[in-house]
Design a protein. Sequence first.
Length: 112
Amino acid sequence: MLGDPAGFHSDIDNQVRERMRHYGKEERDLMLRMLKLRRRLLALDLSIDNAELTDFLAGFQKIRCVETYCGDCRYCHRFARRAVRFDRAEAEILAGDIGDLLEDSMNIGTLK
């Protein structure tokens, strides 16, 4: 599990809720959505299979990371794809929901 929803910065929910009384309805709705998304993110079952990281560090003897664009190299991405375990379908849905929240937050107060 990524963090502990009950103990990892548990005061964030309380701080946000305290500040929400100063916000308008649109902002409050967005903040409530954000808190729900945070809980979903923290509840995402995530683990790393260390066996899949064998020889990972050896690759850095050949790669000059400071001179290489990650999107072109993708060395770390390939290892992460094999080693990091999580529900990819749920993560994709969550990423979409976070994107929607960000889009909505950019449009607060604008005419729709």
